[in-house]
Design a protein around this ligand. Structure first.
Ligand code: ADP
Ligand code: MG
Length: 232
């Protein structure tokens, strides 16, 4: 469903991505992890067209989309959520959903209900908690029924109970029938939802495999905690 070959991206002196190869089979969710600054968000930006890679190829299904603008890639059926969700702060939750996705009032209400936001329908964007903001961002992404979904830290900043509610929401309402990439620091969520995980460190792919096995590898422990942690 998604194939990346040799993706490279440099920002000035920083090599954010260096020749990344990646394949996500249809119907599966790939976990993408790595320390802050390792290139995870940049990789999603390349897939969704927000960042043009310096080198490499992005393929969605059989279509090569490298260098396409975001709206064209979105129209192929690609949805995403943001690490720092943005909503219209002076519009209500209902109008945020309706305006962004051109839904009827009935469709918007049904969507809010599925994402646990019915009680917040009249609240303004800037009155929402981070948990509500992330659910709204997710509902917006799902409104267009994307076949490929790119999730950037959907549990970032959430409390433990909000995190487990997010896990339920993802596995119940969001993931069935879809292909995706999930960036997350909360490894319980990765382990629960992703059969396979790829680890980035300084823009390089340093490991790939089942979460339970990959998270124990010395090079992965070292990437997260530094050399001292790996030796302990
Ligand atoms: P992650 O999501 O893994 O935390 P990012 O993809 O956000 O990492 O960033 C990877 C590296 O690229 C970091 O060093 C970051 O500072 C840099 N970077 C990302 N976006 C930009 C940009 N627009 N301009 C300059 N540097 C950037
Ligand atoms: Mg990021």
């Amino acid at each position: 469903m998604l194939t990346l070959a040799g993706i490279a991206k440099r920002f000035g002196g920083i090599e954010a991505l260096t020749g990344i190869d990646l394949a996500v089979p249809a119907g599966s969710l790939l976990g993408l992890i790595g320390p802050n600054g390792s290139g995870k968000t940049t990789l999603l930006n390349v897939v969704s067209g927000f960042t043009a890679p310096d080198a490499g190829e992005v393929r969605i299904g059989a279509t090569e989309v490298t260098g396409w603008p975001p709206h064209r890639i979105a129209r192929l059926g690609v949805g995403r959520t943001l690490q720092h969700p943005r909503v219209f702060s002076r519009l209500t939750v209902l109008d945020n959903i309706r305006g962004d996705s051109r839904l009827s009032a009935g469709e918007a209400e049904a969507l809010l209900d599925r994402f646990g936001l019915s009680a917040q329908r009249g609240r303004l964007g800037d009155e929402l908690t981070i948990g509500e903001l992330r659910r709204l961002d997710l509902a917006r992404a799902v409104a267009r029924d994307p076949r490929l979904l790119l999730l950037d830290e959907p549990a970032g900043g959430l409390t433990p109970s909000e995190t487990s509610a997010m896990a339920d929401l993802l596995s119940r309402e969001v993931l069935p029938g879809r292909t995706g990439i999930l960036i997350e620091h909360k490894m319980d969520l990765i382990a629960a939802l992703c059969p396979c995980v790829v680890v980035l460190d300084f823009g390089r792919r340093i490991a790939e495999g089942a979460p339970s096995e990959v998270l124990r590898r010395p090079e992965v422990v070292e990437a997260y905690f530094g050399t001292e942690g790996a030796d302990a």
